[in-house]
Design a protein around this ligand. Structure first.
Ligand code: NAG
Ligand code: NAG
Ligand code: NAG
Ligand code: NAG
Ligand code: NAG
Ligand code: NAG
Length: 560
């Protein structure tokens, strides 16, 4: 994550728990010739890869083509049992589906079933798909622009908003000026939805089977709105309000953020001092302790120098650490509490290192140009800003916007920049792009939606709004704080996911799934003896949940 609008403010909402950015460079995508069919070759030891040519502009083939990097983990059943491709989008937007599937494909297949090809792709403009969106000419240029490495809270100082506005305007001009391939115009979500239909058809299927997380929910809902009769299964998890997305107003997405903070206080008090290092006897006492620490750090930032890293724990870093932890409470709250307690005692290193999991930028000085694919930051900006209505807000308008948003959550300091401040200088818009409304009177199969009981960026209110737009669809809840279901293993949730895909079964209205893990590392409640197959399922869910934390905490350059 970066200090400024370009990444921090966007990324904060948009970074998906699963949008992995770095895979072992074991496959040379540029040596595959793109074609209009799926010509698979072996890749990443157990996977198959292909590059599919799609029109940049579906209404004007003369504009040219993009080549999508597509990866699959093949189904492992007889032809009679084969159920076709299940497309997966990890969110971001701008996360590499390819890299994510390399890491999690096996686990996803355990959850959904070996009847499916588990398929993902880098959306047009992203990562291994070409042409690639890039605003910077070198990695060094990118790193210098992004220097600072952690998000600045819009509350950090009076000039945070003006400063981010100005940077957004530099970036908007730079992007427009350097878009030699013209890709920026065509990266919008509607086109990615069209690409998903094209991929599905290339497999010889007519209707989409899809699992999308976070921004992947916007993509899934957009597909359902554009192609209501092409829905075989659409499962969306960590559901955003897609209409808010297209109107560049993400305020509603912060509806449950403060509820997550309250859950931190409540569960720390319940866990006790041995499990929660920032313990106090009541939730209110923990809140007071945190407020005092925040004020102290604001007045007195703490310098940190360790053998491997150095920097400053200031107001922005503290706030950012809290907000980051809200995505993944099950893995981050115990170390967060330790970091807060150490900071109180004058040692900033534990909290600092919580957010520093990637090595610092180092120039690659080899003579050969390294194929560029870590463009998550650029891709987020291009997709989010290019999707939305134009928001050429003035600094005064942005201040008024943020003040209003602050009524929804005390953490909009990180949330509302995305799509508002960060897009205030964007220039590249395609006139005929889809901007909603994201709804359909009748889809060929009901959608399935999942919300957690306290999601920092995808509140239940957004899921309910989405549900209302797709009559006949179903929503169920996983009883856990955190972003999307994947941050806490739940056999119950996975069972409904699997039944939806395999049998078309929807959970009964009002279904709430417990999770098989407890906050602050407490042992989960006594669980019944597991049925056959459940151990493998739990292991798969745990693999996914464990994969999320480093992705969320890694600083910019890796994810976002
Ligand atoms: C796929 O396309 C390539 C090149 O366009 C062609 O050589 C190949 O025969 C095609 N394969 C199939 C199965 O159509
Ligand atoms: C299916 O899985 C079995 C057991 O893991 C393996 O031996 C076999 O090669 C797989 N078949 C295919 C088509 O992947
Ligand atoms: C953004 O959405 C919030 C509610 O979610 C609303 O209060 C506010 O007026 C909207 N702002 C703009 C500029 O549309
Ligand atoms: C951040 O700024 C907003 C708007 O100026 C204000 O309402 C809010 O209380 C501030 N939040 C914190 C945590 O200081
Ligand atoms: C909805 O679509 C399905 C399948 O496309 C169709 O069978 C059904 O009659 C439609 N229902 C309504 C109310 O239009
Ligand atoms: C699907 O339905 C069949 C028959 O009712 C049942 O045996 C099977 O367990 C169901 N599969 C899932 C994943 O729920």
């Amino acid at each position: 994550m970066v200090s400024l609008s370009f990444v921090s403010l966007l990324s904060v909402l948009l970074v998906s728990p699963l949008a992995v950015a770095q895979a072992p460079p074991t496959f040379l995508w540029d040596q595959l010739t793109p074609s209009q069919n799926l010509s698979w070759v072996e890749c990443y030891s157990t996977f198959q890869c292909t590059r599919l040519e799609v029109p940049l502009d579906y209404s004007d083939p003369s504009v040219g083509t993009a080549a999508l990097a597509i990866i699959r983990l093949q189904a492992n059943v007889s032809n009679a049992e084969y159920r076709g491709p299940l497309l997966f989008n990890p969110g971001g937007p701008g996360g590499s589906g390819v890299d994510t599937l390399v890491m999690l494909g096996q686990s996803l297949q355990v959850i959904f079933g070996s009847q499916y090809d588990i398929v993902s792709f880098d959306p047009r403009g992203v990562s291994y798909s070409t042409p690639v969106a890039a605003f910077f000419e070198t990695d060094a240029e990118r790193a210098l622009w992004n220097a600072g490495t952690l998000p600045t809270s819009l509350n950090a100082s009076a000039d945070a908003i003006p400063h981010d506005w100005a940077r957004a305007n530099v970036l908007g001009q730079l992007a427009a000026q350097r878009d030699a391939s013209g890709i920026l115009t065509y990266m919008t979500t509607d086109n990615v939805a069209r690409d998903m239909l094209r991929i599905t058809e290339s497999f010889g299927f007519e209707k989409l089977q899809y699992y999308g997380i976070s921004y992947g929910s916007v993509l899934g809902a957009t597909f359902a709105a554009l192609f209501p009769d092409k829905v075989e299964r659409i499962l969306i998890d960590g559901v955003l309000d897609a209409d808010a997305w297209f109107s560049a107003n993400l305020t509603i997405e912060a509806t449950d953020t403060d509820k997550v903070l309250q859950t931190f206080f409540d569960s720390c008090a319940a866990a006790g001092p041995s499990l929660c290092a920032f313990y106090a006897p009541t939730p209110a006492a923990i809140a007071a302790r945190l407020a005092a620490l925040t004020a102290a750090v604001r007045a007195h930032p703490v310098p940190v120098v360790t053998p491997t890293a150095y920097g400053v724990v200031d107001y922005s870093l503290l706030r950012s650490a809290l907000f980051t932890s809200f995505y993944v409470p099950y893995t981050l709250w115990a170390p967060l509490a330790q970091g807060l307690a150490a900071l109180e005692a004058g040692d900033g290193a534990p909290l600092f290192s919580l957010l520093q999991t990637a090595p610092p930028f180092a120039c690659d000085c080899s003579a050969d140009p390294v194929p560029f694919h870590l463009n998550n930051g650029e891709a987020i900006t291009a997709i989010q800003c290019g999707d939305a209505v134009e928001v050429p807000d003035s600094i005064e308008e942005l201040r008024a916007y943020v003040d209003n948003a602050a009524k929804t959550s005390e953490f909009v300091e990180f949330l509302v920049g995305g799509g508002r401040v960060s897009c205030s200088g964007w220039k590249v818009y395609r006139k005929d792009r889809f901007k909603g409304p994201v709804c359909a009177a009748n889809t060929s199969f009901p959608l399935l939606l999942l919300t957690t009981s306290a999601d920092p960026v995808a509140p239940t209110a957004a899921a309910l709004k989405t549900l209302a737009g797709f009559p006949g669809s179903a929503l169920f809840t996983q009883d856990s704080p955190g972003h999307a279901s994947i941050t806490a293993p739940s056999l119950c949730t996975a069972g409904y996911f699997r039944a939806y895909f395999q049998n078309g079964t929807l959970p009964p209205p009002g279904t709430v799934c417990p999770v098989d893990v407890a906050l602050f590392g407490a042992p989960p409640g006594a669980s019944a003896k597991r049925a056959e197959g459940e151990d493998a399922m739990i292991a798969a869910l745990k693999t996914i949940a464990d994969a999320v934390r480093p992705v969320i905490t890694r600083k910019f350059g890796a994810v976002l």
